[in-house]
Design a protein around this ligand. Structure first.
Ligand code: MG
Ligand code: MG
Length: 239
């Protein structure tokens, strides 16, 4: 899983460096797939329940699961990119949101708060803690900044499958839920909306948007509880 995490981190960095206004999300998808395969890994998402691409690319009011294609990213867009890779049968899963070109201060504040919500969730994540400790830390921070956390989509256990138990919600109460144990790995993935938490799925059967059309941001890391403590397997310098 450490190797899968390193591949995902490299793919995130390669795509983040490449993003320019005027590019299509399909071009970004190709860059990610080339990097993942160059490093000897396999994309996790391609073919997953029929998903047609290597990454998810979700723009502005799109929260998650956007399908890359001919859509062009423009200056001022909020771009959420989600990556998964398999090495030796083990998955890693990670996402980040970035502004394309210059984004509004409000949009940048949402991005910064979502990154910080993930950091606070990870701070609570250690063997012996409970899932609810993570959920509460994410929710409390997000709501303190005036944002709402998405309810319908949550983080998850990860390993030989992309999505395993337990669920890791971005809302909840400390001291509740399953206990984290050494040997487990989970993906923590706060999705913060500038407006309400309600979501809607588009007719493409994948793309999830905010019900009220407000902006949304998403950060995700895969972390493992090992003899070394809590390891963030998908960390990059860039994102
Ligand atoms: Mg993901
Ligand atoms: Mg995930």
């Amino acid at each position: 899983m450490r190797q899968a995490g390193r591949v995902v981190a490299a793919a995130k960095a390669a795509v983040a460096l490449a993003v320019r206004p005027g590019m299509t999300t399909g071009e970004l998808d190709r860059i990610a797939e080339e990097e993942i395969r160059r490093l000897g890994a396999t994309p996790s998402f391609k073919g997953y329940h029929g998903f047609p691409a290597t990454i998810c690319a979700s723009i502005n009011e799109e929260i998650v699961h956007g399908i890359p294609g001919a859509r062009v990213v423009h200056d001022g867009d909020l771009l959420s990119l989600d990556f998964g890779a398999i090495v030796g049968g083990f998955h890693a899963d990670s996402a980040f949101t970035m502004g394309v070109g210059q984004v509004s201060p409000d949009a940048q504040a949402l991005v910064d708060a979502t990154r910080e919500a993930l950091r606070r969730g990870i701070q609570q994540a250690r063997a012996g803690a409970r899932i609810g400790d993570i959920s509460a830390a994410v929710q409390e921070y997000a709501e303190s900044k005036g944002y709402q956390v998405v309810r319908q989509y949550v983080g998850h256990g990860i390993g030989r499958a992309l999505h395993e138990d337990p669920q890791v919600p971005n809302f909840g109460l400390p001291g509740r839920g399953p206990v984290l144990r050494e040997g487990m790995a989970i993906a923590i993935e706060p999705m913060l909306n500038m407006g309400g938490w309600q979501t809607r799925q588009l007719d493409d059967g994948w793309t999830v948007v905010t019900a009220d059309g407000s902006l949304s941001a998403h950060f995700e890391d895969t972390i493992a509880f090992t003899e070394r403590g809590t390891e963030v397997l998908t960390a990059t310098m860039a994102a």
